[in-house]
Design a protein. Structure first.
Length: 266
């Protein structure tokens, strides 16, 4: 039995894989993306911060803790509560983050227990992890939601804190092993939306279209601003606007012209 550090559990999720799901968010991530909408997930350990509650127009100081250590047996009990909804909707369990591969032992144990229970399993990953970790979980994972953030290695390092070579290598390993992979692209205006960058992404996907034809475009949103303030972290993109519907549809059409199956959102 292992212990995992979790910062959220979302029941009845519908954007993290097929059907109705429970999404378990692991705390800790090896990347520090400028556009991260869960900055509280980046550090591995729980963190407590000062916040303010507004009650009847009055500001009341309080404290909030992001993150909780939980045994895998407790997590499985929570996951199995909604088994009926998974079965009726073709859903299951998604392990997300942060980056779940940073807690590989706990992730593997949970995936194995989900397999024993007959649950569909999804791992939502940035791909930046030892390939051996992917090898361990491969037989117990039905679907990988795999981030594709930036094709330029130097710009990827600038905006995420790490290069993209390992990420591409792990993606190809999963595809070569026959894993089901859906690539997900966060759409960040001015960061990865240039014509050249989109062309590189399309080329990457076209080269692998015999093994993976589905891609999700995830529009950037600004809802995390208060989180950066509470955590005393620098918001690297305070002025970037959310992509409009027109921009998302134009990108969708551009990807679809190559024969890819494209979904806006999860």
């Amino acid at each position: 039995m292992h212990t995992a550090t979790i910062f959220d559990i979302k029941r009845f999720a519908v954007h993290d894989g097929p059907g109705i799901r429970t999404t378990v968010f692991f705390k800790g991530c090896p990347l520090h993306c400028w556009w991260c909408h869960n900055p509280e997930s980046q550090g591995r350990e729980p963190v407590t911060v000062d916040i303010e509650w507004m009650v009847d127009g009055r500001s009341i100081p309080a404290r909030r803790t992001y993150g909780e250590k939980m045994e895998t047996t407790t997590l499985m009990q929570l996951i199995l509560r909604d088994r009926h909804y998974y079965e009726e909707s073709g859903g299951g369990v998604t392990f997300s983050g942060g980056e779940p591969m940073m807690q590989a032992d706990a992730l593997l144990e949970l995936l194995q227990e989900c397999r024993k229970a007959g649950l569909h399993t999804t791992v939502d990953t940035c791909g930046y992890a030892e390939q051996g970790h992917f090898k361990r979980i491969l037989d117990f994972t039905d679907l990988f939601l795999y981030d594709l953030k930036h094709m330029d290695p130097e710009l990827h390092r600038k905006y995420t804190g790490a290069g993209n070579g390992l990420i591409f290598a792990n993606a190809d390993y999963l595809l070569e092993e026959g894993a089901r992979v859906i690539f997900r692209i966060p759409v960040i205006p001015g960061i990865n939306t240039s014509d050249e960058e989109i062309s590189r992404m399309i080329f990457f996907l076209e080269e692998r279209s015999d093994r993976c034809r589905e891609v999700h475009l995830l529009p950037f949103h600004r809802i995390a601003g208060n989180k950066y303030f509470r955590l005393q972290l620098t918001n690297q993109l305070p002025d970037v606007q959310e992509p409009g519907k027109k921009m998302m549809e134009e990108l969708k059409n551009r990807f679809e012209k190559t024969g890819l199956e494209v979904l806006i959102g999860g």
